[in-house]
Design a protein around this ligand. Structure first.
Ligand code: PLP
Length: 832
């Protein structure tokens, strides 16, 4: 896609076509052996599983590469089109091999080729370590979106960071979470292609001074104190069987020669190496906080690092040499995935002002057309702010520019709202309390063409609450794009049995046109189809049982309702409420209140990582594990309740677990979950949802119908009302004997080997704080769960409901989300 430094050979071969290896088993075997022998340097007879995996990955990559080169060539020769530059600090990609095989229609050929070589392809699949370059929903959304952009042939490029260590590996020791580093590259990263000669410098620190240019005008000059090089790694993002392969460009930090030369020259070798390590730290590790930014300097370095590299790369390498930056708005729209890349706004201003000599007004007019911002939260603590003192030290020129943007903005506000200083202070990009800092969401909103929320309810609350002042000022700037998930990875690949049933019934077109699932609606009343649908679920349950036995030594019981809550551990998501439900079920069984044989057997599976510094989340993990241990070993339970918490929930596990679920737990406090995407994956894989009126649950329920959804709990206005009135969780404890028994059982140390201390912070928080109102929704939740059990008793009707969930949730394809972005925000071409 780029026109950077090139040496074009004069040979006639230079403009010849790219030769793709043929789609035959023979050709594939040949290419595979070539990679094994001459790439890995081993004969087949002496190759390890890892050698075979790497050779297979590179073989598939060569087929992708042919399409990638062709896509780039086409886009170079066609009339230049406006592109999307998707900027995201996270991409939670999941394993690459199967998706690449699916996209290139090589699954059967590769399988046969491996058989011909005497290799079980499944063993090679297991060898791949997923690139976990994201925390959860936000990063996984970015991964689904790039899949859809490629599938729609949207002219686009995605940018991010190639963290050396992705999201930590979670282990449990004595029921507590212990984090291990995620060395995902240690066995070789076959999917990324590095171009060391295309690196880009990124600078930090130093000072700014005024100088007078040749034209007599005063200008500002930034003299940075230090810098690093951004090394580009290209990852190929294949569209689904359409010949398109897009680029995901991830940056890795490398020390510059000049960075340490003077230290080397001073003779301090050790210091020079330390300095080099310091520079390379920038892309070393993904910050493991989900929704709660830590305000660490290194994180700001990461943000500026990847955004500055990306913008420079786009202007210098993707645009033609004679490109005029005044044309930028016709050539690019940068989509900001949350506030992490918002520093790109002053960076583009700096480039236009300082490197291209534009006047402020012109630079601002251009910049304002080049960004759009997606907000992902409603939690005030999740809104990123950076201390002015840190900004001034790390990015002094950018801080100046932000001050100037704010000055103009505040002047505009004072004109619009004379005398309303309170409003001006609320809206200012600079906050004065508790510390002078930059509000990144405000900066993003001021500079963006559009600001979008990620579900209908979220976008409304964004306008009413989080960014209310801004939506009053610029109502037309706000829009909604409901999130989506890719049907390729999360149905076709993750649920082959359901996919086959659907394709056998309505044809194969649904994979790239998920609305077609609607054609299944009529089959909900077809007994034969329901039978087949149940068989798919049973198959998927057997599959997850096998996975968990070999992965974790966990043996799930058979014949249970499979109740799944998988997502990051966060108080607002209310794993604690789920836990109270489990303890209530357990209490009913051991107290003799119910006869075990009358109880619907249920297995609850949790998956959840906690941010390493998030104490309450870690306490909850400890308690879930402790409850699981007690419940699973109590003979009085009589096999009616089982709790499993496999460690290290990630995309690979999600792909196996979600298709097996009967019940999807989406129980966040109303008004707190921006969208959720796990909720969509479950519905599309034939699970029924028990959920609050929150995030995209609202739209799921509207689409599937109230009768096919277990709704419970307060609505967002009810929550607001209760909080305004003064919420006292203790009152619920006093009033509800069932709740009291559950909490007392936990508090007694029953699940923690008699230790009350081990649970005191958890119990104390529930009774005296309970910020997310778990106790207020408890009774409604238990009642809804009792309805679930009654409904599950009628298997035929349950299947009917599940089929309708699949049939009516095609809306949640990320292809639809991307089409919405294109229509409402980006206005770029597709089919290229
Ligand atoms: N983590 C992983 C591995 C996921 O696949 C997903 C989404 O499916 C999430 C987190 C986000 O889950 P939720 O939307 O339930 O928060």
């Amino acid at each position: 896609h780029e026109t950077g430094p090139r040496h074009t050979p004069t040979s006639t071969l230079a403009n010849g076509p790219v030769i793709s290896p043929p789609h035959t088993v023979d050709a594939f075997v040949k290419a595979f052996l070539h990679e094994l022998n001459f790439g890995q340097g081993v004969p087949l007879s002496r190759s390890s599983v890892n050698d075979q995996y790497l050779a297979l990955a590179r073989t598939v990559r060569s087929y992708l590469m042919a399409r990638w080169l062709e896509t780039a060539r086409r886009r170079r020769t066609d009339k230049p089109a406006k592109m999307v530059g998707y900027l995201s600090a996270e991409y939670l990609l999941g394993r690459q091999l199967d998706n690449a095989l699916l996209a290139t229609e090589l699954t059967d050929i590769a399988t046969e080729a491996m058989v011909a070589c005497g290799i079980e392809i499944d063993d090679l699949r297991q060898q791949e370590v997923e690139p976990g370059l994201g925390n959860g929903g936000l990063g996984r959304l970015a991964a689904c979106f790039i899949d859809s952009m490629a599938t729609l042939g949207a002219s686009s490029i995605a940018y991010g960071i190639r963290y050396e260590y992705g999201i930590f590996q979670q282990t449990f020791v004595d029921n507590r979470q212990v984090e291990k580093p995620d060395a995902w590259l240690s066995m070789g990263g076959p999917w990324g292609v590095v171009h060391p000669e295309m690196e880009v410098p990124v600078n930090f620190g130093g000072h700014v001074e005024t100088y007078v240019g040749e034209d007599g005008r005063e200008r500002r000059r930034w003299t940075p104190a230090w810098g690093v090089m951004a090394l580009r790694y290209n990852y190929m993002v294949p569209g689904y069987q359409n010949g398109v392969v897009n680029t995901l460009r991830l940056w890795r930090a490398r020390a510059t020669e000049s960075f340490d030369l003077h230290i080397f020259n001073a003779g301090d070798y050790a210091e020079a190496v330390r300095a080099q390590t310091f520079a390379e730290n920038i892309s070393k590790v993904l910050y493991p906080e989900d929704s709660t930014p830590q305000g660490k300097e290194l994180r700001l370095q990461q943000q500026y690092f990847f955004v500055a590299a990306s913008i420079k790369d786009f202007i210098q390498h993707t645009m033609p040499k004679d490109f005029d930056v005044r044309d930028l708005p016709e050539r690019i729209i940068f989509q900001l995935n949350d506030t992490h890349p918002v520093i790109g706004i002053p960076e583009l201003m700096r480039i236009l002002l300082d490197e291209h000599d534009l006047e402020w007004e012109e630079a601002w007019a251009i910049t304002k057309q080049c960004f759009a911002y997606t907000c992902h939260t409603l939690l005030p603590e999740a809104l990123e702010v950076w201390p002015v003192s840190l900004m001034e030290r790390l990015l002094p020129r950018h801080m100046e520019i932000i001050y100037r943007i704010n000055e103009d903005f505040v002047a505009e506000l004072r004109e619009t709202y004379p005398g309303d200083e309170l409003r001006v202070r609320r809206m200012s990009i600079i906050a004065d309390h508790p510390e002078r800092s930059v509000r990144m969401a405000h900066l993003a909103t001021v500079a963006s063409v559009k600001v979008n929320g990620v579900a209908a309810l979220h976008s409304e609350l964004l306008k009413e609450k989080v960014l209310n002042d801004f939506s009053e000022l610029w109502p037309e700037r706000f829009t909604n794009v409901t999130n989506g998930v890719t049907p390729r990875r999360f149905i076709k690949l993750s649920n082959p049995e359901q996919s086959k049933l659907i394709s056998d019934t309505i044809g194969k077109g649904w994979v790239a046109n998920l609305d077609r699932l609607e054609e299944l609606v009529g089959y909900a009343d077809d007994a034969d189809f329901r039978e087949k649908f149940r068989a798919v679920k049973a198959h998927n349950k057997t599959r997850i049982r096998n996975v968990l036995v070999s992965r974790d030594g966990i043996a799930l019981p058979e014949g249970h309702l499979l109740d799944v809550m998988v997502k990051r551990l966060h108080e607002y998501k209310r794993q604690s409420l789920k836990l109270l439900h489990i303890v209530t079920l357990y209490d009913r069984l051991i107290s003799g209140e119910v006869e075990p044989s009358t109880v619907t057997p249920r297995t609850v599976v949790f998956g959840a990582k906690a941010a390493p510094g998030y104490a309450m989340a870690k306490e909850t993990i400890f308690l879930i594990n402790s409850v699981a241990q007690t419940v699973n070993n109590d003979p009085r339970v009589d096999g009616r309740l089982f709790v499993a918490f496999p460690p290290n929930y990630n995309v690979t596990l999600a792909e196996k677990l979600i298709p097996a679920a009967d019940l999807s737990e989406q129980i966040s406090l109303a008004g707190k979950e921006a969208s959720g995407t796990g909720n969509m994956k479950f519905a599309l894989n034939g699970a029924l949802t028990i959920g609050t009126d929150d995030g995209a649950n609202v739209e799921i329920r509207q689409l599937v119908g109230d009768e096919n959804f277990f709704l419970f709990g307060m609505t967002e206005p009810e929550v607001a009302e209760l909080q305004a009135k003064g919420y006292r969780p203790g009152e619920y404890y006093e009033r509800d004997p069932q709740l009291r028994r559950a909490i007392d059982l936990i508090a007694s140390g029953h699940f923690t080997k008699g230790s009350r201390d081990a649970v005191s912070s958890f119990v104390g928080d529930l009774l005296y704080n309970d910020r997310f109102l778990a106790l207020a929704d408890y009774a409604a939740y238990i009642e809804a769960q009792d309805k679930v059990e009654a409904a599950y008793g009628d298997q035929d009707n349950w299947s009917r409901m599940a089929i309708l969930n699949v049939a009516r949730t095609g809306f949640f394809s990320s292809d639809r989300s991307i089409r919405d972005y294109i229509d409402r925000i980006w206005h770029v071409k597709t089919g290229v």
